[in-house]
Design a protein around this ligand. Structure first.
Ligand code: ACO
Length: 377
């Protein structure tokens, strides 16, 4: 009887890793839904707290549920002092994603079953993420940590705790919408990481610390930082074509373009582009935006027929820069939002858990002979 050896699918492209009802993508048509709701509608009419509830519970909250959830988040925003002290001792030139990873681990040690034992790790983690990011951003500059303001929502609080000045309405709106857009995206690398780590019954702080590690890489969340560096490296819209020719000739990737699932423009990129336009109209434009538009047109001409279009990261950096956010905080903002999706998937995983243990295709050798150390060549 012959046993059929399954063939390897690099990157597990298209291989289902779980059954999930959290979000849905149609990559050909550019459709994204959270729990059946189209992203365009949520971006226009909802907000990050409501979307977080939706992802976690499967339904939109009632007014009472939303008020209760907001109050719960507000009660968890302030970091335990021990976590702030730990953040203050990290190298100031270290990456904020590494600080966030350490922050989650420390938060778990301080909170799990101890100081914050009110039984809701999920609200604790979601509420504390912007506080961890803002605290490290200030501590590394030798500045005091700013206490959260219970009158502000997640986006408003983050800008307040980061910059120490109350954000304007348009700034809050733009960041809140960006958080809505990044909150979940089916089985991406960091969500898969969260599910794998959760499947071993690790606690949710560890789950999120692991997912942050996965999100940090430049092929995933880390792309938004690189997009800005890329755009800043192009002198003007007129220089775009030559830059692109060189990049493609050297087999380089154009950051902010391409996606494993979307073969058309990422709907989140379209919404973020609209937000960028709105922000620039109200607060003044930036030359980088014109370079970005020229690059989008040039990439479309060269790579469009291969299904390589702008992804969510292409416009997010331009927007965050305009909000006065340092470049290395862009990916942590992604994490501030995606933590909602990670925890929704963790919940789903734990409801019907089996530890992940995939197979492999062995390509090594057998029968190796052990030799003593001084006789090895
Ligand atoms: N620029 C130039 N060429 C590209 C790009 C790009 N951005 N993306 C894909 N290609 C080309 C590849 O060179 C490859 O060409 P080849 O077949 O001639 O070797 C082909 O398209 C397939 O590319 P893969 O990298 O194999 O596609 P995959 O589905 O594995 O990767 C990914 C998707 C990682 C997003 C890729 O498009 C990429 O590296 N993009 C740039 C980084 C980026 O923007 N990442 C953010 C993704 S969105 C997110 O995580 C939020």
């Amino acid at each position: 009887m012959s046993t059929q050896v399954p063939s390897l699918v690099p990157g597990l492209a298209g291989i289902p890793a779980a059954e999930s009802a959290v979000s849905f993508i149609d990559g050909q048509q550019g459709i994204l839904e959270y729990r059946g709701h189209r992203i365009e509608v949520l971006a226009q009419r909802s907000n990050f707290e409501e979307v977080t509830w939706l992802l976690l519970h499967g339904e939109l909250p009632t007014a009472e549920e939303l008020t209760g959830f907001r109050a719960e988040l507000a009660s968890y925003r302030e970091l335990p002092q021990g976590v702030v002290e730990m953040l203050s001792k990290l190298p100031a030139d270290g990456h904020p994603m590494a600080a966030l990873q350490a922050g989650y681990a420390a938060l778990g040690m301080h909170c799990e079953g101890k100081l914050c034992a009110r039984g809701d790790d999920i609200a604790q983690i979601i509420a504390a993420t912007p506080s961890l990011v803002a605290a490290f951003a200030r501590l590394r500059r030798g500045e005091e940590v700013i206490a959260p303001d219970s009158a502000l929502d997640t986006a408003g609080n983050f800008l307040w705790m980061l910059r120490g000045e109350k954000p304007g309405e348009i700034e809050q709106h733009v960041l809140d919408t960006a958080l809505v857009l990044h909150a979940d995206h089916t089985m991406n690398a960091s969500t898969f990481t969260a599910r794998v780590v959760g499947s071993s019954e690790a606690d949710p702080y560890t789950v999120c610390a692991s997912a942050v590690g996965s999100l940090k890489g430049p092929l995933h969340g880390g792309a938004n930082e690189r997009v800005l560096a890329q755009l800043e490296g192009i002198d003007s819209p007129a220089a775009v074509k030559v830059w692109l020719d060189t990049q493609l000739h050297e087999k380089g990737k154009v950051m902010g373009f391409g996606h494993r699932v979307y073969k058309t423009k990422d709907p989140r990129a379209t919404i973020l582009q609209g937000l960028a336009r709105e922000l620039f109209e109200k607060t003044g434009t930036t030359p980088i935006y014109d370079v970005a538009l020229a690059l989008e047109a040039a990439v479309l001409e060269r790579l469009g027929e291969r299904g390589i279009y702008p992804n969510v990261d292409f416009f997010s950096g331009i927007v965050y820069q305009k909000l006065g956010i340092p470049t290395d905080i862009f990916t942590p903002i992604f994490a501030m939002s995606r933590v909602a999706g990670w925890l929704a998937h963790w919940h789903e995983q734990m409801a019907d858990n089996r530890i992940f243990r995939p197979g492999q295709i062995f390509i090594g050798s057998h029968g190796a002979q052990y030799s003593e150390i001084d006789s090895r060549g």
